[in-house]
Write a protein that binds this ligand. Structure first.
Ligand code: ZN
Length: 395
């Protein structure tokens, strides 16, 4: 029996929970619990918006969601004996949904409030609700699709040091300053609105609210990596930057396509995750895992082996401009090509877009050296559709 460390009441907001979590990265956020190396424990997690999205047929809550609230995380957990320079080893033993919450959501964020990967093509908010039956997901908003989920945490990470946090805030501000009026913004800078910082109060809280890094991007501490294969059975190696490592987790997804392209996001759920931690003393240096985490995927994966694969190249689809080996543009074109194809199967563009963000689609880089075009691919599993989706020969 693993012990339950962090409990979530789905009717309460994060600061009202028995153990309030946090929604910024900052080394001063106090640990909620301490564990010993070798210990296993269960963390319950609220979904990333802290309960702002409803199980209904309107996208109004996606359009008006308060993104200063995200992501609400469970933790931090202090790992006894972990020090800067060590490697924190985190095993994801198991992960699941709550019995009283067998549904999740996906949404396309509006251009003015978050935006998404294909924002120039899909600027309006949209939402799909997904219902779970065991390991399978279906949506009343997207007929003819059913797939097995590969549940994973969108976010798992450790606290940055003060120096690292200052570096994050500096480099991200420089990026925003290069085009400060852009919609959506180039990055989300610290914002004191809606901050939750564990049990901190007074001046210590104000400092975190002012400096705390937003949880939106992945960084050196892991964080919002949204790696769909980082699921049950995976083992992650984190470089440790502060005493106790201060491990946090949240933003669980029932399933997600590579890239999480609608931004909101995979199939977003509250749920629970069982973790086990260990420490390799001085391991960041001896294994040279110092700049970013590394991981071993687990052995559990949906068995989809047949795909229809769409290519994309790095030519801007709006301007016709030749770009140089740009994988972002190439993957965007691969996604757009898949969406145009799915429209011939009867889906709207928005439905097809949400399929790519939720189903176990594979994104890959084909070539990244053949100047001037990168080639990226988007692989659509045939078996998630209730009909044959392959082009037919004329007879
Ligand atoms: Zn998410």
């Amino acid at each position: 029996m693993v012990k339950k460390l962090f409990e979530i009441d789905l009717t309460k907001r994060m600061e009202q929970q028995k153990h309030p979590g946090h929604n910024r990265w900052h080394p001063d956020i106090p640990a909620a619990f301490a564990v010993n190396p070798g210990e296993a424990f269960r963390m319950e997690c609220q979904e990333w918006t802290d309960g702002q999205i409803g199980n209904n047929d309107s996208a109004e809550d996606i359009r008006t969601v308060n993104l200063n609230r995200v992501h609400v995380l469970s933790g931090p957990v202090h790992v006894n004996g972990a020090e800067p320079g060590d490697l924190l080893v985190v095993d994801i033993l198991d992960i699941g949904t709550f019995l009283e919450h067998e549904w999740g959501f996906n949404g396309i964020f509006a251009k003015e409030n978050g935006g998404s990967f294909l924002v120039d093509h899909y600027p309006e908010a949209a939402k799909s609700i997904w219902d779970f039956e065991g390991i399978f997901a279906t949506s009343r908003h997207i007929p003819g699709i059913k797939f097995a989920g590969l549940i994973h945490p969108g976010i798992v990470g450790v606290a940055p040091s003060h120096e690292m946090l200052a570096e994050w805030n500096k480099r991200e501000k420089e990026l925003v300053d290069s085009n400060p009026n852009r919609v959506p913004p180039l990055a989300n800078l610290p914002n004191p609105d809606q901050v939750v910082a564990g049990t901190l109060k007074g001046e210590a809280f104000d400092k975190v609210a002012k400096e705390g890094a937003r949880t939106v991007p992945p960084r050196e501490n892991g964080g919002n990596c949204d790696i769909k294969n980082l699921s049950k059975g995976s083992r992650i190696y984190f470089p440790v930057f502060v005493d106790g490592a201060k491990l946090s987790v949240g933003d669980l997804h029932f399933s997600q396509g590579d890239g999480e392209i609608t931004f909101c996001g995979g199939i977003e759920i509250p749920g629970w995750i069982e973790l086990k931690v260990d420490v390799i003393k001085g391991g960041a240096k001896t294994h040279s895992i110092q700049r970013n985490p590394a991981f071993q995927p687990g052995p559990v994966m949906p068995n989809y082996n047949e795909y229809l694969v769409f290519q994309g190249i790095s030519v801007n689809e709006l301007t016709g401009k030749q770009e140089y080996l740009d994988a972002n543009t190439a993957y965007r074109n691969a996604c757009l090509n898949a969406i145009e194809y799915m429209k011939t199967l009867g889906y709207t563009g928005e439905q097809a877009y949400m399929i790519l963000s939720t189903a176990p689609v594979q994104g890959n880089i084909g070539g990244i050296v053949d100047i001037p075009n990168a080639c990226c691919t988007l692989s659509l599993p045939k078996a998630i559709f209730d009909k044959d989706i392959i082009p037919k020969l004329d007879k």
